[in-house]
Design a protein around this ligand. Sequence first.
Ligand code: FAD
Length: 385
Amino acid sequence: MAQTSEIQEIRQAVRQLCAKYPEDYWLGLDRRGGYPTDFVQELTTSGFLTVLIPEEYGGAGLGVVEACAVMEEVCRSGAHAGACHAQMYVMGSVLRHGNAEQKKAYLPKIAAGELRLQSFGVTEPTTGTDTTSLKTTATRDGDYYRVNGQKVWISRIEHSDLMVLLARTSPKDQVTKKTDGLSAFIVDVRAAQGNGLEIRPIESMINHHSCELFFDDCLIPAGNLLGEEGKGFRVILDGMNAERILIAAECVGDGRYFIDKASTYACERTVFDRPIGQNQGIQFPIARCYAEVEAASLMVDKAARMFDAGEACGAEANMAKMLASEASWHAGDVCMQTHGGFAFAKEYHIERKFRETRLYQIAPISTNLILSYIGEHVLKMPRSF
Ligand SMILES: Cc1cc2nc3c(=O)[nH]c(=O)nc-3n(C[C@H](O)[C@H](O)[C@H](O)COP(=O)(O)OP(=O)(O)OC[C@H]3O[C@@H](n4cnc5c(N)ncnc54)[C@H](O)[C@@H]3O)c2cc1C
């Protein structure tokens, strides 16, 4: 793991890179539903988006602690990290479960920015959070798997060359454990689109490039199976802790962004001949949010360190995501309140970040499901569903 001073250097360098993409850049993209191709490319070629890729494949070979520093700074700058964060954690599935051939074929190109692995397809319209009930099937047919079904909310697929897809290879009623019988695949999106894969963008509250996917006899080469057939749930699950920790770091970045904005404005804005921040009704909520974000940041750091040490960190990753997403949401709300009517003006950027940070109490896993995890797995209470 990098020393504290090295992490500070990473933070500083990411800040400098992000300064080239000011808030107006992100507002412009938000207005037209555009994708930050140049930002993502620069974040990749400068080595920040690929920090988790081992050096032998052309990455920096660093850990989640360093990756968190990158994502936090991206969000703190006013950017929307949702445009690119998945590459960090989806890559982990290929790294941990891919065979030697797959790793050689994909990882160096991802590290070099020649291949984009920005997309993962798990959620389905009729089963939602109940992942093991998903209905998309992949049936072996000679050298291929034939995929049929539907996915929803699959983000960034239009800006990705590859997607990791989860589908059922054995019916749920024919496996002993409901998590068995699911398999993960690396899908070459360019080859599949128009050949059994239809992609339809979803108009949504934030500029997240999410789509519906329709698979109709889409053929995926058998060599693209990721890990063992029937054990794909584990492939996806392994990436989930990293995903939760990284998204929690983004929320800490969002929270700090809101607190910076709110405290600055509270000092500058004068009403009734005094800065509004002199009123405890404005000052205390900002101070409370600061405390919440700082506490969440400690949990993110704990989870990231455990992840990097190879320790079981399901509870910590979940708690980090829950605490950080709530802290950033509270900070966003207080920032809105502090800015009064101006919070609604797009040129202040707060309403955009407010919309963006709201997502993280729902995706990639909703707060209720985290509470249920803690209740059942940490506190040993009965399973609630
Ligand atoms: C912008 C966006 C981007 C996304 N990107 C991706 C992506 O790239 N890839 C991907 O695979 N998915 C993606 N998702 C999907 C996301 O992971 C799901 O929306 C999320 O997991 C919740 O699933 P759902 O929407 O089906 O909610 P549901 O499962 O229908 O749940 C609805 C509500 O009910 C609650 N609930 C459900 N069951 C229980 C229970 N047993 N006890 C208590 N409460 C319960 C949930 O907590 C939630 O609040 C994205 C979603 C959004 C909105």
